[in-house]
Design a protein around this ligand. Sequence first.
Ligand code: KIV
Ligand code: ZN
Length: 514
Amino acid sequence: MGNRVYIFDTTLRDGEQSPGISLNKKEKLKIAHQLAKLGVDIIEAGFPIASPGDFESVKAIAQQIDGPVICGLARIGFKDIDRAWEAVKYSKRPRIHTFVATSDIHMKYKLRKTPEEVLEMVARGVERAKQYTADVEFSAEDASRSDLSFLCRVFETAIEAGATTINIPDTVGYSTPEEFGRFIAAIKNGVKNIDQAIISVHCHNDLGLAVANSLAAVRNGANQVECTLNGLGERAGNAALEEIVMALYTRRDDYGYETNINFQEIYRSSRLVSNSTGMPVQPNKAVVGKNAFAHESGIHQDGVIKERTTYEIMNPQMVGINQSNLVFGKHSGRHGFKERLKELGYELNEADLDKAFARFKELADRKKTITDRDLEVLAEDQIRNIPEKWQLDYLYICSGTGVTPTATVRISSEGETKEEASCGDGPINAAFNALEKVTEIKATLIHYALNAVTEGKDAIGEVTAKIEFNEKVFTGRGISTDVLEASARAYLNAINKVIYENNGQNGNGAYIGK
Ligand code: KIV
Ligand code: ZN
């Protein structure tokens, strides 16, 4: 173990439990590939018993991702554990992560079990998992509000039964750094067989203390930290991976611990998760926010120009934020465009490259200066996770004061073209109604957000549209310098996901989107 902290990423499990997030198998696989590039030690790929979709995603990740340990979550019952194993067994490095609550309040009201019954469940559950794999993690849910001496007995029992990692979650984000640090030290001292297991922590951010609590735990003996990209997770989220690893690195003089993270991949990982989930990153978010390395005041700007470290404790390039303002314009060629994308880490196939290049030319007509950020946005928009049935060919919107907004849309698919018009309460609503009419998909818009992703009056606008269809949420994303077009593209992207997931059928077996 030494001075190494293992990074256990739970973006695809606890992160996906964030309200309004729903990722399909392709999106999860893509994130898992990126997590492997990022260098996380363990990927918690999902909760296999939760749904057939989750099971299939964990199985696919176990089959396809090499490098990190692939972990599946299971409650302590045999059915959950067996199901988790069925999904993770394809990995070269499978882990079963099983849990049960140990606080009085959870045992009494949620589980309706006595402490002795819970101890028995821990022993039987861990033994069951151990029959399948040598790598078993046990979590005591709501550990931070559990009785310390009981908790120590629980961990002792789990280790005796074969757990190789014991996880101490601050499930409800109630702890404080000093208290949590003392708690970890007490467990380390109080569990007789602790030397046979890795101590892990899993902190939630209800009081905004998840990262601070995790770091306090590391100081007091934790060797594994569970975290998520962009701090996604239940309620206020989990400890943010990028903050934990950059704090450990930047203040290595103070902590003295290392991780295996490839820092260069941090920003790209954060963008991918934000794009796939439709959860924007707040501008002032540490490490990956748009303003994390922006200097507004003249004094700061002057200082940074003279010597970057006057106001920057981290180097943006180090986390993969490319700040080159190399100007691209309408005279730039396809080859240069391709090379620059490659340098930025985007390798598009020829067909996607053609489409991205065409959109780049359109953008260059509308926007004076094209920066790396613009190119990144274009590339990200082109790399779709699913084959898109319909493309937006044409959008015409008529709107104004005292005018009923109307929209006409034309879409195409493999030589077939369809057109429809519709009115709406506003221009965006009119465009959405026209798209529903032309694709024959009636969905409910549950969330709409517009963000300027690049700078200036001619900035690229990014729209996220979440729609509900047959009780499932689909997230669409669209970009353009024209916000109406970006909105239509986002809505059509969400509709294309509905069509893909339903194999071209609606819930009643009738073909949709034809
Ligand atoms: O927050 C929590 O307690 C959890 C456990 C399942 C590890 O997510
Ligand atoms: Zn959690």
